[in-house]
Ligand binder design. Structure first.
Ligand code: C2E
Ligand code: MG
Ligand code: MG
Length: 571
């Protein structure tokens, strides 16, 4: 190296130092091995070490363990080759706290062009870093559970499926009946439960598994690296068990369960990138989750091609049902309720029907959830109540001997502020004696005893009776229900269907206990003579089912009562 270039290089170094220095600069000079030879006051201030404690020590004393080995080998390679290194470093102070410094390291070279000393000039950037981390937290993490969110997934996808041969299992999880927990116990309790769910999920997974909060009560779990389908199943089972244990939050003990949809896959050449691959898995797992819900929840379900068609149908229903009320596509049919000791028809249940020109007949099991989801259940529910009250009034005017008509009420309707007032208005308008009307609600509707009891008492005062539909499928105990003004229990048809298996014990218990507590007991879904006879022997009060009649239009009820027509036609 000639004199001129050497001089030029020395001058350039000085300029680097000059540029980096200002009154807030933190300066340290070390020898070629990193042993500290000089520090300025600012250095002592930020590192919280005294000058004496630092001189003669290796600068590794400040190492925070945050940076990787590769980070430091890159730094050393740059400076030992005589070049200036610039970057951001996290250091550890004497009291264990961390600080970030923007660092410029300038090497001084001897005649053999080997570094013999380094001067490092630093500036405190801790605040900026904290701010950046905060922004990152907000962008990539869910503030409630501190779990990563979907943005995080998009950002880190390439790390998840870095090996294209890796199998990825994606579990899409949704809590069962979470909406009613929120509605019944308030959002604070709902939030506290979600936090607990996040903790339980963490407990179920291995270190490398990923959990995200997708939003609301939906979570995504991703298993990657080597694993089999059995491993995925055992994770799903573990999650189901964990999440079904009671939650003790805000002085309430709440039970829930979850539904899990699972998709598994390996990136194919047609998957353009990781993002579209994961998006596809999410969509499939979401569909499978919807299927698990349909099976009653508290279960897992793998994605199949059939399910994709089903979700398509859901969207079609969603599209068509918005106009159904205006286009008079709804109707109401009635199914008789029969006294088991005398076989006489004592009441009818009103059931909603939808016939759409494009979709044909759609079952309420399919469309009621859509109405609820879209918020249309309120106007449709009102329409049903008005139609039924009018029909009952007409029957009464014709002296038809039916004591009661029961109408299904969605939890959303029941909890709406105006429900009792609007019902009263309909009863007034149609001039129907409230004693003829019964409302059917499910156990989930009255999870919160305090709020529901207010509405139930208002209904009692109005003179309307209430029955619990699909009894046995929820979590309420009979003693709990006895605290509320409830008249009737309808045993879910699943138990009647299982009478020859193990349904008998459940059915007998409900009948015995229910009678002791003075409920009227109705068995739903009686199809066979043996079922009817068995329930009659058990002194179950009433029954409903295809054994007597399918639901029929209002006009046909007269014929059924006369016994002139036995309706087996499906409506
Ligand atoms: P649900 O209230 O438990 O009604 C009984 C269901 O069982 C009806 O189905 C009825 O047709 C069916 N069923 C009656 N007897 C038998 C039988 O012997 N065997 C079998 N397999 N099934 C029988 P549907 O009409 O399809 O209604 C399904 C559910 O949709 C109802 O269950 C109720 O939860 C809901 N739903 C129907 N109408 C309304 C409505 O106006 N408002 C609300 N919110 N929900 C409704
Ligand atoms: Mg019902
Ligand atoms: Mg039912």
């Amino acid at each position: 190296m000639n004199m001129e270039t050497e001089l030029n290089q020395a001058l350039k170094k000085l300029r680097d130092i000059e540029l980096a220095l200002n009154e807030s600069s933190i300066v340290v000079i070390t020898d070629h091995e990193g042993t500290i030879q000089f520090v300025n006051d600012k250095f002592c201030e930020i590192s919280k070490y005294s000058r004496q404690e630092l001189i003669g020590k290796n600068q590794r004393i400040l190492n925070s363990g945050y940076h990787s080995k590769a980070f430091f080998s890159d730094l050393w390679e740059t400076v030992t080759n005589g070049n200036v290194w610039q970057g951001e470093i996290r250091n550890k102070a004497k009291d264990g706290s961390y600080y970030w410094v923007d660092t410029t390291i300038v090497p001084f070279l001897n005649d053999q062009a080997e570094p013999y000393q380094y001067i490092a000039i630093r500036h405190d950037i801790t605040q900026r870093k904290q701010y950046e981390q905060h922004i990152e937290m907000i962008a990539y993490f869910d503030p409630l559970t501190s779990l990563p969110n979907r943005n995080y997934l998009n950002q880190w996808l390439s790390n998840i499926v870095n090996n294209r041969n890796d199998i990825v299992s994606l579990l899409f999880l949704d809590l069962d009946r979470f909406k009613s927990i929120n509605d019944n116990f308030g959002h604070d309790t709902g939030d506290a439960m979600l936090k607990e769910v996040a903790n339980r999920l963490k407990y179920c997974l291995r270190k490398n598994d990923i959990i995200l909060r997708q939003g609301g009560d939906e979570f995504i779990v991703i298993l990657h690296g080597r694993h089999t389908k059995e491993d995925t199943i055992s994770v799903a089972e573990k999650i189901l068990n964990q999440l079904a244990m009671p939650y003790h939050v805000n002085y309430h003990t709440i039970t829930t369960s979850s539904s899990i949809g699972i998709s598994m896959g390996r990136m194919h050449p047609e998957d353009l990138d990781c993002t579209s691959f994961i998006e596809k898995l999410i969509k499939q797992a979401d569909t499978a989750m919807y299927h698990a819900k349909k099976q009653g929840g508290n279960t897992y379900c793998f994605n199949t091609p059939d399910q994709n068609q089903e979700i398509e149908r859901y969207y079609q229903i969603e599209k068509e049902i918005k106009r159904a009320l205006d286009h008079n596509e709804f109707s109401v049919v009635y199914q008789p309720l029969v006294r088991l000791d005398s076989s006489e028809i004592v009441g009818v249940e009103a059931l909603l029907r939808w016939h759409n020109p494009r979709l044909g007949k759609v079952s309420p099991i399919e469309f009621i959830p859509v109405l609820e989801e879209l918020g249309y259940i309120l106007p449709v529910g009102q329409w049903v109540l008005r139609t039924v009250c009018n029909q009952m009034k007409r029957w009464k005017q014709c002296d038809i001997n039916i004591d009661r008509v029961s109408v299904n009420v969605s939890p959303i309707q029941f909890r709406s502020q105006q429900f009792v007032r609007e019902l009263k208005q309909i009863l007034d308008e149609t001039d129907l004696d409230p004693a003829y009307l019964e409302l059917e609600i499910t156990e989930g509707t009255i999870l919160n005893i305090i709020e529901s009891s207010k509405t139930l008492h208002e209904l009692k005062e109005l003179g309307v009776s209430v029955s619990i539909d699909d009894f046995g499928t929820g979590y309420s105990s009979l003693s709990y229900l006895k605290k509320l003004p409830i008249d009737t229990l309808k045993i879910d048809k699943a138990f009647i269907n299982d009478l020859d298996v193990d349904g008998k014990i459940i059915v007998n218990t409900i009948i015995n206990m229910g009678q002791n507590l003075n409920f009227t007991i109705i068995a739903e879904g009686i199809e066979k003579k043996e079922q009817f006879q068995y329930l009659q022997e058990q002194h179950c009060h009433q029954g409903q089912g295809y054994y007597w009649s399918k639901p029929v239009p209002g006009e046909e009820i007269t014929a059924l009562l006369d016994g002139t027509k036995e309706s087996k036609t499906a409506y």
